[in-house]
Write a protein that binds this ligand. Structure first.
Ligand SMILES: Cc1cc2nc3c(=O)[nH]c(=O)nc-3n(C[C@H](O)[C@H](O)[C@H](O)COP(=O)(O)O)c2cc1C
Ligand code: SF4
Length: 640
């Protein structure tokens, strides 16, 4: 398979030509202002992705009717003429790289909250979304007419701003998708009931856009399945594809899922790469306009294969382009190994859900382009980096790229640090690709790697660095419980891939590590997790958390909250419930500690230290590797 040729082939899209087959799909960033204006940070974010070679960028959900239709506080808006100038600059920024600029037109309907809009949500029918809880108000016919005009006006604004196209967001359970779905549309007027009726509003909007604009590519994102009982299923989804083509679309963007089937529209790492294709490939034989699709497509080889097989015409690479804006260029140049891989951790989605700007766990520059892509002067110094985990690898790269002489010393015989363990729990194998990427980048750089080399005064005296980066990581905390006959740390269990069978295991600590190790062990063993707080996996990304807890429940893992390990002897452990102060004893075979990590920083002779010493990552404070990578990227800026 020659992925360069296939992915690099142009295609006619409406009246325009897309230069290659790679599309960045709409992804909310939270980077707009509170008034919905385009911001400089947003321009830089999109510029990087356009420069990175995408054939088209579909700019994130843009609200056509604020505040009522807004899904988040800092959502981009496209409903007022005063927003035109910023939108025009955004379109121009993207197009400067011969990349088509489209924008997604959006109304949240019932999938929003009064805390965002200050209003009761609206919907085809008064059926609340389980996640948003707010009961929506049923739209009257007049109000539907008003919303139709708002979508059409937004398309007119997009054209005046110079966009090449618009995409109507009729997927993922937002307003237009609510009209299409029998799950949310319970109306008995001409906008409800039959499929044609449920599609009426979408059709009227499409006709209006066709009449009022002259040259826009008209795309529609729609669901092939809602993945909820009583919602759209594949059979109806395929009929919708055909009808949307008949109504005049130039591009079909096939997606799936609503908030209530969350992980199916923004998948967790337990989903197989390209899993949606079984559904999406059924669209093309039924239509003649281009079809764009994707979903956990991470490798260029797979993207090319999907196009070569005729499953889709264009592939969207969403989170792949958050992790590496250069995804398309590297894919088309035939350098898949140079792509910083997305690990499907959904930190990006979690950050915008919290109301922050978009962030990516593996690429600290995402959403921080203005700050972390400022040009830096070349360095002519020597940097000693101690520790070959994510923080150390990234720090070594950051300095080497600026011309520093870098020595990277790792005490163990292997690079990788906490990534070696983090990739072991179920669904976490993408972390192995991140580890490989960082190691390859270091090995292909000028960095001098020394394995089995600890940070000490002799090393400092020999290397004589101008800058010392201490990235020596952390180690598991093992409380002192002398009575326990057999115990491990969670990291040990995972690192050694311990395979127990039919053991009674007590895991102490119900944070993400404790729950992940329970996930790993519970298939073949009887597992109890005790947690002194009220919530389990509270530090895990929410969708992965729900999925992990559901799996633990299914495997009958006992989750004991507000509980501590009081004492233990050879046969039994005694647990104390903190709310009631009651104790209970049970027999056990193994205890696994998952009570956190403590930083590891060697004692050094102050005489041997250079002027600049930075302690980063877990050595600073034990946290996830996202923070470690961020601190490592920041170092050269801190030095200046
Ligand atoms: C942070 C984030 C924001 C998203 N926002 C949108 C959006 O504004 N509109 C939309 O249709 N889909 C949105 N999505 C879904 C993506 O467009 C894409 O369909 C999904 O991430 C799966 O593709 P991927 O595995 O290539 O990322 C978002 C996804 C993420 C991760
Ligand atoms: S935050 Fe995680 S899921 Fe999102 S793009 Fe980055 S690596 Fe991928």
């Amino acid at each position: 398979m020659n992925s360069q040729n296939i992915l690099g082939t142009p295609l006619q899209l409406g009246n325009k030509t897309i230069k290659n087959r790679i599309v960045m799909p709409a992804m909310g960033t939270g980077l707009a202002s509170a008034q919905g204006e385009v911001t400089p940070a947003q321009l830089r974010y999109y510029e990087e992705r356009a420069r990175g070679g995408a054939g088209a960028i579909i700019v994130e959900i843009a609200c056509v009717d604020s505040p009522e239709g807004k899904a988040s506080l800092t959502q981009l808006c496209i409903d007022r003429l005063e927003l035109l100038a910023g939108l025009a600059e955004l379109a121009e920024t993207i197009q400067a790289y011969n990349c088509l600029a489209m924008v997604q037109l959006h109304h949240a309907g019932r999938q929003t909250a009064p805390a965002v809009t200050g209003l009761q949500p609206v919907a085809p029918s008064p059926k609340a979304c389980r996640f948003m809880r707010a009961e929506p108000r049923q739209l009257s016919r007049e109000e539907i007419g008003w919303i139709r005009k708002r979508f059409i006006k937004a398309a007119v604004i997009a054209e005046r701003a110079g966009f090449d196209g618009v995409e109507l967001h009729a997927a993922h359970g937002y307003l237009l998708s609510q009209f299409l779905s029998p799950y949310t549309n319970l109306r008995d007027d001409e906008y409800g009931g039959s499929l044609e009726n449920r599609l009426r509003l979408l059709r009227e909007i499409m006709e209006g856009i066709k009449t009022r604009t002259s040259d826009l590519i008209l795309g529609v994102r729609f669901n092939l399945s809602d993945f909820v009982p009583g919602g759209l299923n594949l059979e109806e989804g395929l009929q919708i594809a055909q009808l949307i083509e008949q109504y005049g679309a130039d591009l079909l963007d096939a997606s799936c899922g609503i908030y209530e089937s969350g992980q199916t529209s923004i998948e967790t790492s337990s989903f197989q790469e390209g899993w949606r294709m079984e559904m999406i490939k059924q669209v093309k034989p039924r239509v003649s306009i281009p079809v764009v699709g994707g979903g956990v497509v991470r490798r260029p080889e797979m993207a090319a294969q999907l196009i070569a097989d005729g499953d889709i015409d264009l592939v969207w690479i969403g989170r792949g382009m958050l992790a590496d804006p250069d995804w398309a260029n590297q894919a088309i140049k035939g350098h898949p190994e140079k792509i910083r891989p997305c690990i499907t951790c959904n930190t990006c989605f979690e950050t915008i859900n919290k109301g922050h700007h978009i962030r990516c766990a593996v690429n600290p520059k995402t959403g921080r382009e203005e700050r972390l892509l400022r040009p830096l002067a070349a360095l002519n110094n020597t940097v000693l980096v101690a520790g070959g985990g994510p923080a150390g690898l990234q720090a070594a790269l950051s300095f080497a790229l600026l011309g520093s002489r870098v020595v990277l010393a790792e005490a163990r015989e292997q690079l990788g640090g906490q990534m070696l363990v983090a990739q072991k729990p179920p669904g976490k194998s993408p972390i192995a690709r991140l580890q490989q990427y960082l190691i390859d980048e270091v090995e292909n750089s000028s960095v001098e790697v020394r394995l089995n080399t600890s940070l000490n005064s002799e090393l400092l005296t020999e290397v004589r660095p101008d800058v010392l980066v201490v990235a020596t990581g952390s180690e598991p905390i093992i409380p002192d419980h002398s009575g326990i006959k057999s115990f491990y740390s969670a990291a040990d269990v995972l690192a050694r891939e311990v395979k127990w069978k039919e053991q009674r295991i007590i895991i102490v600590g119900g944070g993400s590590t404790g729950c992940e190790v329970a996930d790993y062990l519970s298939e073949d063993n009887q597992v109890t997790v005790i947690e002194q707080g009220r919530a389990f996996a509270a530090d895990m990304e929410n969708m992965s958390r729900l999925e992990t807890l559901a799996r633990l429940k299914h495997r009958k893992v006992q989750l004991c909250k507000m509980t501590i390990l009081e004492s233990a002897d050879n046969e039994t452990v005694t647990l104390r419930h903190l709310d009631t102060d009651e104790t209970s004893s049970s027999s056990y075979d193994q205890v696994v500690w998952a009570v956190g990590n403590r930083s590891v920083v060697p004692d050094l002779d102050p005489e041997t230290l250079p002027d600049h010493v930075f302690v980063i990552g877990d050595a600073q404070q034990a946290r996830g590797f996202s923070q470690a990578l961020y601190e490592a990227q920041m170092l050269p800026y801190r030095l200046l």
